[in-house]
Design a protein around this ligand. Structure first.
Ligand code: ZN
Length: 265
């Protein structure tokens, strides 16, 4: 067995019941740089929106990874009945209701037991859904990131919730915002972008949304965190969008949830 220092984690978030996207991510991640991954860190919102909530949960529960960490997301909470859908837009609320009705009882119970973030994934590394300061807070800009970066009790936190891939960092009073620049190749291919993490800097890192990207790139997003190399590599991979859309339509879920997968908005 590899020691802790050589650990590589597949970091995923916001799968939202999109089994086709999740399967593509797992397949590509297994082949990444020939090294694959040792662990999976899931930052929440496994379900809600997509047509395969049970299959997504079953896939992760059956993963052979050495350790699979989960943090609950706001949709997980609503879909298993822990929170009401108050505050959700009408489409999200309809999808949550559909998901609640279709979850198998054991998967509903499993969702109910998911821990609230932050959870400690390693020394000085947190996993959260929204922000290290509150599970439902959105971090979409450096303005949102500044206080969590300064106050979080760790140097690195992985977060999701916005479905926007990228990193915010600070070092003393200076700061930086790094969205992956996928310059080579086309959107029909897998692309990657590596960010070296400097010692002494603090990082908030979002792997992007697996199942419903919102940054204008329709491909499924994920990241691989390499602890020993002190780097995070962002990825985008094509997947069978038409199949995911067909399942959403066949389930009678709102058309908007199918249509948006084409544009990544
Ligand atoms: Zn989400």
């Amino acid at each position: 067995m590899k020691d802790w220092q050589s650990m590589r984690a597949l970091v995923i978030s916001d799968i939202h019941g999109n089994l086709h996207a999740l399967e593509a991510v797992l397949k590509v991640a297994q082949g990444c740089s020939g090294s694959g991954f040792d662990e999976i860190w899931n930052l929440g919102d496994l379900v809600g929106y997509g047509a395969h909530p049970n299959e997504v949960i079953d896939t992760l529960r059956a993963s052979p990874a050495r350790r699979v960490l989960h943090v609950r997301g706001n949709h997980d909470r609503v879909c298993c009945g822990l929170s009401s859908s108050q505050g959700f837009n009408p489409v999200a609320a309809l999808a949550a209701l559909w998901t609640r009705q279709h979850l198998r009882p054991e998967n509903r119970e499993w969702l109910r037991a998911l821990p609230m973030g932050p959870i400690e994934a390693g020394r000085g590394v947190l996993c959260v859904h929204g922000s290290p300061l509150h599970e439902d807070q959105y971090i979409a800009s450096m303005r949102d990131a500044w206080i969590p970066l300064r106050r979080m009790p760790a140097e690195v936190a992985f977060f999701g919730h916005t479905h926007l891939q990228g990193a915010f960092s600070c070092r003393g009073e200076s700061w930086s915002e790094d969205a992956p620049a996928y310059t080579e190749g086309s959107r029909d291919e897998v692309q990657q972008f590596t960010l070296a993490m400097l010692a002494g800097s603090r990082y908030l890192i979002n792997p992007g949304g697996v199942g419903q990207p919102r940054d204008g790139d329709w491909r499924a997003a994920f990241a691989i965190y390499d602890q020993s190399e002190r780097q995070v590599t962002f990825y985008r991979t094509p997947y069978d969008v038409a199949a995911a859309q067909g399942a959403i339509r066949a389930a009678g879920l709102p058309e908007r949830l199918a249509a948006r997968l084409t544009t990544g908005r």
